[in-house]
Design a protein around this ligand. Structure first.
Ligand code: NAP
Length: 650
């Protein structure tokens, strides 16, 4: 091995990091041996090493592999030599493996057999540095006047609004973003409660076209995430197209002129009407906080705060705080503030399943950052491992087995295994005989509500200054919260970690389509439906990102879903603009058949289990919020465009 300084740089990062061979070898020590084995296999096109590693891999994450040290060293040594040669000769990137080898590599990455369905998706991802698959590629480049004449209004500059803007910019299409906040980032702008962060690992929870190899942690906290979205907006030069502090109040389709008239409330409160060809709603599902109307709440004399409307001036030190709710926001906020409070009382209506993750608080080591940035395809393979661990690899655990022996507590054998694991975990943290166990272990099956990653929740419950109440809130007094069982809890402050107005999709905007049809009348108060979560009959050129049935409650990555949605949107734009048509809308029968299938699939999934309530279901029990498909299915459905499914009008 030579000792000279090498120039390295991954195709996506476009960087040049001078580094010595010894530094490469040391950096590889901090990388996942399974991911390295996949990269090595891609360079050698030889599956022999995979065959030897496979028996030691029990899942998609490094902590699920027990590859012997000697084999790990062999993987790292061989890859190190290959990389040195690759960097020294500025060699060509290895090709994407053929189908059977790629499938074997996918199965190794997942630690279990992976179906052939994933090969095409992964092939596309491995090629993404050379050819970003999410871009619109015109078959017949429209003239600049045509492009300039097709203007889109995007509602919201959060994760999905930025994605839409970037894709339109790349296609040469003009757009304006209306953003109600004063900054970019949507949920990540608004949510500043203590401990706020992501519970999907960032190397997956990031745009496929803007990978970040510098995440400080595997699960970043809010500021770092927010900075990421800020940086992406700047990198793609989106900021100038955003009108901050303004709010869309109504979108009305003009049948005669085939345009959308969008009423926008400006910073000064005045309403302005903008006329555009298309509207992309990117408002998300979790943007209107919900504080229950507890009796006496307005008489409470201390601060009352929703987690999504946190007052940065609020100091909880030495205070008696009552926190209502035990969902994802509570899971992060409560353990973060507990230590400094005089007393923290958590009011739990339902228990939530909590799972540990060894990487939850871990920092990303510098060597691993280097590998992510410089070793070809490492970041893409690692991303697939996370995709499997946090999304499609869990899909089987969500399916109801009609013959399952314990249908009240779990839905199938895998689900029961996960239940046992999480029960054992709770016991290991709280103590085998802790009276808290009866309160914190849910009686419904795992994944029935969004799974929560343990943020020292159980450790917090064991604290002397924390109590967990399971009776409902009866009423609020000026200095106390009274529960239905008669307990009165003194309170200096109330934190409502009580979720969002999710059932009222697109609330409070007025949206009217063809013939003046009102979307809220069409959907009723809580029955939102859309084709692929994105398109609604009689609402031409109107798209809903993160729309109905696109949420993920078992893990997942809403950025992946959004990018898929934008593939569909861009295919519609391309077809429509190349045809010279004014509008496109989904056919009613296609929309209805899709939604019937969604409902049918959900009837056999954990989220329609009778053992729990959730914000995913409406009054009649229909799951309107969540995607029932595997992500690979959704990817296929949104990337296989069939013009016959749509109505185009000149
Ligand atoms: P949530 O999941 O809807 O949880 C709300 C909590 O408040 C639940 O425990 C709920 O009890 C309780 N609650 C609601 N009304 C109540 C009432 N009247 N009395 C007593 N308790 C009441 O809301 P969230 O925690 O803000 O999370 C919402 C979503 O945001 C999550 O599912 C996730 O998608 C996202 N999120 C993600 C992260 C992250 O990535 N780390 C962090 C925060 C939020 P029930 O369960 O009985 O309804």
């Amino acid at each position: 091995m030579s000792t000279e300084v090498l120039k390295t740089g991954s195709p996506d990062a476009g960087c040049l990091d001078p580094v010595s061979p010894g530094q490469i070898r040391r950096a590889l020590e901090e990388a996942d041996p399974v991911t390295l084995a996949l990269v090595l296999t891609q360079f050698t096109c030889d599956p022999e090493l995979l065959g030897r590693a496979q028996p030691f891999i029990n899942g998609p994450m490094n902590y699920q592999a027990s590859i012997p040290d000697s084999l790990q060293s062999e993987i790292r040594d061989r890859l190190c030599d290959i990389l040195i040669q690759h960097f020294e000769t500025a060699g060509e990137l290895p090709p994407v493996p053929d189908g059977p080898l790629l499938q074997q590599m996918l199965s190794t990455a997942a630690g279990e057999p992976v179906a052939e369905d994933y090969v095409a998706m992964m092939r596309e991802d491995l090629n993404a540095e050379q050819a970003d698959p999410g871009r619109l590629r015109w078959r017949k480049q429209p003239d600049p006047k045509t492009l300039e004449g097709f203007h889109t209004l995007i509602i919201g500059a959060g994760m999905s609004g930025l994605c839409a803007a970037i894709r339109l910019r790349e296609a040469g299409l003009p757009f304006t973003i209306i953003e109600k906040n004063d900054g970019i980032g949507g949920s990540w702008y608004e949510n500043i409660y203590p401990g706020c962060g992501v519970d999907t690992p960032n190397h997956f929870y990031s745009y496929s076209f803007a990978l970040n190899h510098e995440w400080s942690h595997f699960f970043a906290r809010r500021d770092e995430l927010w900075n990421y979205f800020e940086d992406v907006a700047d990198k793609f030069d989106i900021r100038q197209q955003i009108r901050f502090g303004e709010e869309v109040v109504a979108c009305r389709f003009d049948d005669a002129r085939k345009i959308w008239a969008v009423e926008v409330r400006g910073v000064d409160g005045a309403i302005e009407t903008l006329e555009v060809n298309a509207v992309i709603s990117a408002v998300g599902l979790l943007n209107r906080p919900k504080i229950p109307e507890f009796e006496g709440l307005s008489d409470f004399e201390g601060p009352v705060m929703h987690t999504a409307q946190w007052d940065p001036e609020f100091d909880w030190t030495g205070k008696k705080v009552v926190l209502i709710g035990t969902g994802a926001s509570a899971q992060q906020a409560a353990p973060t503030i507990a230590g400094a409070t005089e007393h923290l009382t958590i009011v739990q209506r339902s228990a939530h399943w909590v799972v540990p993750n060894p990487n939850y608080d871990a920092e990303v080591q510098e060597g691993l950052k280097w590998v992510l940035k410089n070793v070809p395809f490492y970041a893409r393979w690692y991303r697939f491992q996370l995709f499997w661990a946090f999304a499609d690899g869990l899909h089987a655990a969500l399916q109801v087995d009609p013959d399952w022996e314990d249908p009240d507590h779990s839905v199938n054998m895998i689900n029961a295994r996960h239940r046992r694991f999480m029960e054992e975990y709770a016991k290991s943290k709280l103590g085998e005989h802790s009276p808290l166990l009866a309160k914190v272990i849910p009686d419904y099956p795992p994944y029935g509500k969004r799974i929560l990653i343990d943020n020292k929740w159980f450790e917090m419950l064991n604290r002397d200054n924390v109590s967990l109440e399971t009776s409902g809130v009866a009423r609020i007094h000026p200095h106390a919260v009274e529960l239905e069982d008669g307990t009165v809890i003194e309170a200096d402050a109330i934190v409502a970690a009580t979720g969002f107005r999710t059932t009222e999709v697109l609330f409070p905007m007025t949206i009217t389509g063809r013939g003046g049809v009102d979307i809220h009348e069409l959907w009723g108060k809580d029955d939102a439906q859309a084709y692929l979560g994105t398109m609604i009959p009689r609402f031409p050129n109107f798209y809903t990102l993160v729309g109905p049935n696109t949420g993920l409650a078992h893990g997942g990555n809403v950025i992946f879903v959004t990018e898929c949605q934008m593939r569909l949107v861009l295919d519609c734009y391309r077809e429509q603009i190349e045809r010279g048509d004014s509008t496109v809308e989904v056919r009613q029968d296609i929309h209805d058949a899709y939604n019937a299938e969604v409902e049918e699939l959900h009837s056999r999934m954990v989220w329609t289990h009778k053992g729990m309530t959730s914000w995913y279901r409406n009054d009649r029990g229909r799951v309107f919020a969540l995607l029932p498909y595997r992500l690979v299915d959704y990817w296929k459905m949104t990337t296989t465009f069939d013009p016959e499914a749509f109505i185009f009008e000149a």
